[in-house]
Design a protein around this ligand. Structure first.
Ligand code: NAP
Length: 285
């Protein structure tokens, strides 16, 4: 019943030569530093997650690092991603930001370093630093977040190393099929943030209907839909039972009809910021 490559939490995709990223990892946005994020990551690792997504902006890298250290899991079995924040961009800024993140995480390298939001005036110099960080082996792969098609095309026109990942808002109400197709045909692994719409997928009747048929939850059906599209994802919860629920997506398969039903729910509706407005400076954090 399982699709090839969709059998367990250790299923991974090659995002760059020799670098494999778990298709389903654990997000940590809004998990507070201290017990909250440490418990989250500890439970996630106990339950079999091996990918962890954090960011300098989340203010919780220290807690993520402590939980990783306490887990005793060999470093090479883990996949840790973090991000350079908007006001850290530029060549020197990015080099220094990465050093601070590694310090807070207590790690010698991260597996994936991401530009958090497009800042077009800085992208060229930021990317030069990202490439340098990779050549110094402080990061194993480099990528971006919230890059729309024009941002990606612009970056790919001058990048010596293309972005391995584009982490974007992606869920049943915001599918961005053109971006998904572009990523799929250009070797960029798309990764969905807010995959379960921060819980709101349980308000969508088509999804609750499919969930009832399979004896699964709306979050599980949505995560399975994302994975069956070949997209990777990082759902977040600070509750052990939900962390387990979000990982329990390997014992069922959505039919083509069910996939099409969820595909038809796209409304182009964002829960988060519009990358174009952040990029142009019209909107700021
Ligand atoms: N690159 C970017 O700009 C960007 C932006 C946003 C997020 N991200 C990354 O993507 C990750 C995921 O996105 P997200 O955290 O915004 O949204 P999400 O994973 O769709 O949803 C997380 C929210 O849903 C709740 N939840 C989790 N599992 C649930 C379940 N099974 N049933 C019902 N509710 C559930 C969580 O509450 P509890 O924690 O209370 O359980 C939390 O409030 C983030 O944590 C972060 O690592 C990246």
């Amino acid at each position: 019943m399982d699709k090839p490559g969709l059998r367990s939490l250790t299923d991974a995709v090659e995002i760059a030569p020799g670098i494999r990223m778990p298709r389903l990892g654990l997000g940590t946005f809004r998990a507070r530093v201290g017990d909250e994020v440490e418990n989250e990551v500890a439970w996630g690792l106990e339950l079999g997650y091996r990918g962890i997504d954090t960011a300098s902006m989340y203010g919780n890298e220290e807690g993520v690092g402590r939980a990783i250290a306490a887990s005793g899991i060999p470093r090479h079995d883990l996949f840790v991603a973090t991000k350079v924040w908007n006001d850290e961009q530029g060549y020197d800024g990015t080099m220094a930001a990465c050093e601070r993140s590694l310090d807070r995480l207590g790690l010698e390298y991260v597996d994936l370093y991401l530009i958090h939001w497009p800042q077009p005036r800085e992208t060229r110099e930021t990317w030069r630093a990202m490439q340098k960080l990779r050549s110094e082996r402080l990061v194993r792969a480099i990528g971006v977040c919230n890059f729309l098609l024009p941002h990606l095309e612009e970056l790919m026109a001058f990048a010596d190393i293309p972005p391995a990942v584009d982490q974007v808002e992606h869920h049943p109400r915001l599918q961005q099929p053109e971006l998904r197709d572009f990523c799929a045909s250009n070797g960029v692994t798309m990764q969905a943030w807010a995959p379960i719409m921060r819980g709101a997928v349980s308000q969508i009747p088509e999804i609750t209907g499919i969930a009832a048929v399979h004896g699964k939850t709306p979050a599980q059906v949505t995560l399975r839909w994302i994975l069956q599209h070949g997209v990777t994802t990082i759902p977040k919860s600070v509750h052990r039972e939900r962390i387990a629920e979000n990982a329990d997506v390997y014992d069922f398969d959505l039919s083509d009809d069910e996939m099409a039903t969820i595909d038809a729910l796209d409304r182009g509706e964002r829960l988060g910021r519009d990358p174009d407005k952040i990029a142009s400076g019209v909107d700021r954090f």
